[in-house]
Design a protein around this ligand. Structure first.
Ligand code: COA
Length: 261
């Protein structure tokens, strides 16, 4: 089965762990890997989970797109690719569950773009980031310009894309490229811990909060306000929200004032 061979899909409780499994090529994202990832995103194991972690097997998160594959590409075939397996980066970004990329070693090109499509990026101290595309005559085209600009701003995005600055874990944290840096060898463990915490939160509220924040980057202020108000209206009567109010009220009634001392 393609999925399990190139992309591991493992459930640990409510968390689904996706593992890029092409370690001999530093998890280079070939068409086959992207196809397997798309299959994994549609799998029952993943769809029924409440938080997702993505990690690379071996000594790297991912060295990016498989450079051997674009040699014979034509404009038409590349556009067709983005309607097929190349759409997987956007699909990953659009998952309703929260996602965490656990990063160690090289996180390059398309590998970094995949990590950028996650909600959180936990890097260990061995992580190294770069976007080398311009040097090989192409550009980052799976989010490496638009997602990076939204995350870091234009100037930093140009440093990474045009100057092709190589960034270590500490610098990645300083500029906001990753959300957390942990000791070497512990990125997966910490990412699972983060995902387990997220998995305990009300799933619908979490996914609407994620979608509202992601939509905000594309929206006017008025549209943004509308999205969050409609989301709140949809959520206020859910059992999760109603249960939380009941719990709060009963806690207040039974304690000495209900507040912090
Ligand atoms: N596509 C296909 N194969 C790749 C690859 C990629 N993007 N990146 C690495 N590999 C392969 C290498 O060819 C090598 O295979 P081999 O052992 O059969 O010769 C193996 O993975 C290990 O890579 P290697 O270059 O020996 O590791 P390194 O630690 O010396 O260097 C990198 C790591 C990431 C700096 C280097 O592999 C690299 O620059 N890769 C290409 C990055 C790139 O251009 N990505 C695409 C952006 S669009």
């Amino acid at each position: 089965m393609v999925t399990e061979e190139l992309i591991g899909v493992e459930r640990r409780g409510e968390v689904c762990i996706l593992t890029l499994r092409r370690p001999d090529k530093l998890n280079a994202l070939s068409y086959a890997v992207e196809e397997a990832l798309a299959e994994a995103l549609a799998s029952e194991k993943l769809c029924a989970s409440r938080a997702i972690v993505i990690v690379g097997e071996g000594r790297a998160f991912s060295a990016g797109a498989d450079v051997t594959e674009f040699r014979d590409a034509t404009p038409a075939s590349i556009l067709a690719y983005y309607r097929a397996t190349g759409a997987v980066y956007e699909r990953f970004a659009a998952l309703p569950q929260p996602t965490v990329a656990a990063i160690h070693g090289w996180c390059v090109g398309g590998g970094l773009e995949l990590a950028l499509a996650a909600d959180f990026r936990v890097a260990d101290e061995s992580a190294r980031f770069k976007l080398p595309e311009v040097a090989i005559g192409i550009i980052p085209s799976s989010g490496g310009t638009h997602r990076l600009v939204r995350l870091l701003g234009t100037a930093r995005a140009k440093e990474l894309v045009l100057l092709r600055e190589r960034v270590d874990a500490a610098e990645a944290f300083r500029i906001g490229l990753v959300t957390e840096v942990v000791a070497t060898g512990t990125a997966l463990e910490r990412s699972i811990e983060l995902a387990e915490g997220l998995a305990t939160l009300p799933a619908l509220a979490l996914s609407l909060a994620k979608e509202a924040i992601d939509a905000m980057a594309e929206s006017s202020r008025d549209a943004g306000l509308l999205i969050e108000r409609v989301a709140y209206a949809a959520l206020a009567q859910t059992p999760d929200a109603q249960g939380a109010v009941e719990e709060f009220l009963s806690g207040q009634g039974s304690s000495d004032g209900g507040g912090a001392a």
